[in-house]
Design a protein around this ligand. Sequence first.
Ligand code: ADP
Length: 158
Amino acid sequence: MKRAVFPGSFDPFTTGHEGIVRRGLSLFDEIIIAVGANALKKSYYSLETRKKMIASAFVDEPRIKVCHYEGLTVDFCIRHEAKYILRGLRTSADFEFERAIAQVNKALAFEVESVFLLTVPEHSMINSTIVRDIIRSGGDASNFVPKAIDLKKYRGED
Ligand code: ADP
């Protein structure tokens, strides 16, 4: 069973994230979307809200699971018998950032491989920070999140 973990803050989960996960299904049997629970980093949507939003986008897809974790991503992978970390790349800045993380993860757990998918051009400008700012300012961000996520149902924390 080829199992991958797609880790991130997902505050909120966007169409960019969705694209990477759906494409990942052609490479992996199962993908665990792992929402990072960082007690020190304040998020706009609570952990439970982020998990609910993501689950609502994949009700049709039994090969996708939604979990959360604290601590190291590689430890989460080992606990869940996942040999792959899936990440998305938009720009060269993403590449530089991801390279450092992947190389450190390799040093921590040699058996876990990081796999990168390049985003499609129409998703390359989408990032959670901008989507969050649109929502906070009362704008319509529905084109930037998966169709199944009804943003009106969810409240942010500030
Ligand atoms: P993190 O805080 O770990 O960067 P994010 O929620 O911002 O978490 O992103 C999780 C993963 O999704 C990262 O690999 C990031 O590069 C990727 N990603 C974010 N936005 C997009 C997008 N629009 N297209 C493709 N990949 C994306």
